[in-house]
Design a protein around this ligand. Structure first.
Ligand code: CA
Length: 227
């Protein structure tokens, strides 16, 4: 999951960024509306945008308007100190999915982020299973026979990528995109380390991650008594 935070308040932006990364999202932060427009017109799709209204250069309303005019359906949460009813109405009318007034509670914002991501996955079963191994993409929890596995956030992201496309090869580049934001230094060696650790942890379920040389990784469908 990839999130963009457009917020010019440095302390708030850093805090949000840190907490979202800890949850396991790949997070990009921009400090003005122009940079928000640029990154949002790029090729890399975002799963969610947290958008401040009072942004330098181009304000949040204009960023949102431009996004919807381009028919980009990415969920947007407006985060702002403006609590006037007309601002809330304007934001929602322009296509925001949610609206939070500063100061706000971080757990509440995180819950709203989860809710929007869940809604974005409507019609898709958010729990993937392969034999006795299950992955709940909303709760970000992996389990074998119902026993929760102790995985790091990065390991969970790799597993999510593979479990959401069982039977498909996922390239190293795709994994890197999911795990790291633009600003983070990413190495493909790190991916190999995560795969190595994951293999050991999911081994009890009889599920293997195969390396397809030159292409990437794949989890094959398995037939088990549980299917
Ligand atoms: Ca601001």
């Amino acid at each position: 999951m990839r999130i963009l935070i457009a917020e010019d308040d440095e302390v708030l932006s850093d805090g949000l960024c840190r907490s979202m990364r800890q949850t396991g999202y790949a997070v990009d932060c921009v400090r003005d509306g122009l940079s928000a427009n640029t990154i949002l017109s790029g090729e890399q799709p975002f799963d969610l945008v947290i958008l401040d209204l009072g942004l330098p250069k181009v304000d949040g309303f204009t960023v949102l308007k431009g996004l919807r005019e381009k028919n980009r359906q990415v969920p947007v949460i407006i985060l702002t100190a403006r609590d006037a009813e007309e601002d809330r109405v304007k934001g929602l009318d322009l296509g925001a999915d949610d609206y939070m007034i500063k100061p706000f509670s971080l757990p509440e914002l995180e819950a709203r982020v989860r809710a929007l991501i869940r809604r974005g996955q409507c019609g898709v079963n958010p729990v993937y299973s392969c034999g006795t191994l299950t992955y709940d993409s909303v709760g970000r929890r992996a389990a074998i026979d119902g026993e929760t596995l102790d995985l790091t956030t990065r390991e969970l992201s790799v597993l999510e990528a593979l479990m959401s496309r069982i039977g498909w090869v996922i390239s190293k580049e795709q994994l890197l995109e999911r795990l790291y934001s633009y600003s983070e230094e990413a190495s493909s060696n790190a991916i190999e380390v995560y795969i190595h650790r994951l293999r050991k942890k999911i081994e009890p379920a009889g599920v293997t991650i195969r390396t397809i040389r030159g292409l990437g990784y794949i989890i094959d469908r398995v037939n088990s008594a549980h299917d």
